[in-house]
Design a protein around this ligand. Structure first.
Ligand code: SAH
Ligand code: SF4
Length: 341
């Protein structure tokens, strides 16, 4: 066995195999998960309810990596942004958003992102690497520890495209959801995708009631291709079919994210296309006036545009809301996360 395998790379099934190899009963896996994700220990030696021979064998076979918080900024609105460094020196940003008794963590699924969306800071730098399931779950644990509170909601809306790292993301969501893990209700765990169709179709079949959000940003093909070059191979009608199937098979309503960019997707023609695309699809449209990101040249339209979009969507029977941005003063809002703070 490769001594270098980090135990935080293993899914629940991987941990079960590891314990089986050590001829341990299945219930010891729960204990291992608790030590790794609830208590956040940094060595196997601290897992005091495991027999010492098991602790020694685990130490022999696996490394146990823990992230280090190398930067922390607090916004005037209570939002906190962390720069988290992993064992190989790679860093990502994670955000904690407290609000009315809830604590939401916005975690990253990749360091960087290959999708290159025109308005997104993460997309500007390209992909560095995928994160492991443990590196994702640990971001949630970092925020829980810093706030000294239980995390109630988790959203995969930090850096990266979750469905470009599907297996590790699902394994992470399960550790977040597990009662021996971080104990967050499945409905309170959301994945946001730029629209990777194979991922949406797989996600629809997962047994847990995780929530799905899809970045739409335009219902006009050439506009969407320009804004989101990484998914230009996917046709809007196929995305709509995948979402209609998702809604039908899960009984859940996906959220559609629509970042309003002045002069690009805020025109009456774009609005009409959006209404037409959404009609008959169970969905909730989340309008986000785009956040300014240096070097992208995109601008936020005036408030009137979001109000007009919301009004017309409502009148057409399409549920929508305007997202209240948090943490803009520390560049912690949507699309503002970079490799360094
Ligand atoms: N890669 C995934 C999830 C991370 S991005 C995705 O694209 O869905 C989380 C959300 O922030 C997405 O809806 C994304 O389109 C949006 N976003 C990116 N840059 C933004 C910006 N500058 N202003 C507002 N929203 C932005
Ligand atoms: Fe990647 Fe999402 Fe940013 Fe697009 S918006 S570049 S998919 S992180």
């Amino acid at each position: 066995m490769d001594k270098q395998t980090d135990i935080k790379r293993l899914s629940q099934a991987g941990l079960e195999d590891a314990m089986r190899d050590l001829e341990q009963p299945a219930w010891r896996v729960s204990s291992l998960v608790r030590w790794l994700y609830q208590r956040g220990v940094t060595s196997f030696a601290e897992m005091t309810d495991l027999p010492s021979a098991v602790r020694d064998a685990l130490t022999e076979r696996y490394t146990l990596s823990s992230p280090v918080v190398v930067g922390r900024q607090a916004s005037a609105d209570g939002t906190r942004k962390y720069l988290v460094r992993f064992a190989d020196g790679v860093t990502v940003e994670t955000v904690g958003l407290p609000s009315g008794g809830r604590l939401t963590v916005c975690f990253s699924t990749q360091a960087g992102c290959a999708m290159g969306c025109a308005f997104c800071a993460t997309g500007q730098g390209g992909l560095v690497r995928n994160l492991s399931c443990g590196e994702m779950a640990d971001q949630v644990a970092v925020v829980a520890k810093d706030f000294g509170e239980r995390v109630t909601n988790a959203v995969a809306m930090g850096q990266g495209e979750p469905f470009a790292n599907y297996d590790a993301v699902l394994a992470a969501l399960r550790f977040m959801n597990a009662k021996d893990g971080l104990g967050i209700g499945a409905r309170h765990i959301t994945v946001s995708t730029c629209g990777v169709l194979s991922g949406i179709r797989r996600f629809a079949k997962e047994p847990e009631q995780f929530t799905l959000a899809v970045s739409l940003h335009s219902a006009v093909q050439p506009t969407r291709d320009r804004l989101m070059p990484g998914v230009h191979g996917y046709r809007l009608r196929d995305l709509r079919d995948a979402l209609a199937d998702y809604a039908e098979s899960t009984g859940r309503r996906p959220t559609l994210e629509y970042a309003l960019v002045a002069g690009v997707n805020d025109s009456p023609k774009e609005l009409n296309a959006l209404v037409e695309w959404c009609t008959g699809l169970p969905c909730h449209v989340n309008l986000i006036p785009v956040n300014p990101v240096d070097g992208t040249g995109v601008e936020r339209p005036d408030d009137e545009a979001s109000l007009r979009f919301r009004h017309v969507l409502m009148r057409s029977g399409i549920e929508s809301s305007i997202r209240v941005e948090r943490g803009v003063d520390i560049d912690a809002a949507c699309g503002q996360l970079r490799q360094r703070s």
